[in-house]
Design a binder for this molecule. Sequence first.
Ligand code: X90
Length: 278
Amino acid sequence: MKFRIVSDSSSNVFSLPGVDYAHVPLKIITAKTEYVDKPGLDIEKMVTEIKNTKSKSSTSCPNVEEWLAAFGGADRVFAVTITSKLSGSCAAATEAAAQYEAENPGACVFVIDSLSTGPEMRLIMEKIREHLDFGHSFEHIKESIREYQQHTKLLFCLESLTNLARNGRVNPAVAKIAGVLGIRVVGAANEGVLQPLHKCRGEAKALDTIFSEMKARGFSGGKVSISHCFNPEAAESLKKKILSAFPKCRVRIEPCAALCSFYAERGGLIIGFEDALA
Ligand code: X90
């Protein structure tokens, strides 16, 4: 029985050692270029180019064929997608799953709508890998992941919400507040959409606010995954803060790939974490 984990590139995960893993890219479309969210892309250049242009840029999700190709050859697939409330990725994966099962009798695809993105998707995939290592059955893993998702959360801290607002993923009024120099918006993924919570002046204040929000949401030293858009310093400061309160905590830091970099924009942080019941 061949098991595979597949995610769209909003997870920022391009390899997952120890399991059969594939990713399907989202795309970032500008007036001049189409950027495919794959390893090797010069994201710094992309972010700078987009910041310096007045013309509108947008994104597009993987299509059914791309998901299908990524499933190819596996008997059991876990397909983890960005929130279905903000992207068509989950719908395409669901359609691909139905086609794949029809064309490959006996094969099963479980589509997991993360209702989130980035680091929370990584936590979900690492949990699936743990179950696979234990040799658990497909059905058992499906149930366990549904339960695990109740105990993973996502927070974000953004210096600019311009691209989110321009593409209708957040209220323009909220984006305007974030546009003020030095103001960061700290918020949460709530039922699959962005929920702004605080306006913070300065990064130190924002990091304190994130850590308080984590604790308010049940964090007590569980696993943490932080993705940043060209802001490793802030990610490290947050990690330090977490470790000083929870010295044994596993905190992973990684850069955003293209899709998350486009929406989180330079300076942005996205934090996935487990609550006490995970
Ligand atoms: O299908 C597409 O074109 C992709 C659209 C994605 C839109 C939202 C991406 C958000 C990326 C921003 C901070 C975290 C927000 C979490 C919300 C659930 C990152």
